[in-house]
Design a protein. Structure first.
Length: 172
């Protein structure tokens, strides 16, 4: 495979663009809140509050809850009447690709630059993303909060990044 050179200006432009952005996929928990509400006893905004404004999602994304435990707690709190399989599909189906970043990832790969996923996330999300977005399966490594018991900005997760990538802070 031939390697392609990426102009430094292109990389700098994209780095400036991504600061503060969701990097590869955007998401909207409002989508799943509406679908859970339709099969439960709460309004969508109340479901959204349970997912996003209580410790529940944090506990799930730091590996303190299994997928089944998270499902059971959300179902108990919201009255969701569906099963785990349906919940898994609903909870994962909230993502939209950010095409310029997916294109950058492809450019980096063609140039031979290792790429890693470093994300505060959960098992439901990653299962869904792996099935629906083929680019996600092409990274050199994955540092996922729920697998390491810590979320950004916890230093422990950054230590995993250094260990997995073989790079220390500030190295290119």
């Amino acid at each position: 495979m031939s390697k392609e050179i990426i102009p430094i200006e292109r990389v700098a432009q994209l780095i400036r663009w991504i600061r503060g952005q969701k990097v590869l996929l955007d998401f909207d928990y409002g989508i799943v809140a509406g679908k859970i509400a339709a099969q439960g006893r709460m309004l969508a905004k109340e479901v959204l509050g349970i997912i996003g404004q209580t410790p529940l999602l944090f506990r799930y994304e730091t590996g303190l809850l299994t997928k089944a435990e998270f499902f059971a707690e959300v179902s108990a709190a919201t009255g969701f009447r569906g099963g785990l399989e349906e919940f898994s599909e609903l909870f994962g189906d909230i993502f939209f690709p950010i095409e310029p970043m997916i294109e950058l990832h492809a450019e980096l790969q063609r140039s031979g630059i290792p790429t890693y996923i470093f994300s505060n996330t959960n098992e439901l999300a990653t299962e869904h993303i792996r099935k629906r977005f083929p680019f996600f399966n092409t990274f050199n490594g994955y540092i996922l909060s729920y697998q390491h018991g810590a979320m950004k900005p916890d230093a422990r997760l950054y230590e995993v990044v250094e260990r997995e990538s073989g790079r220390r802070r500030g190295e290119c």
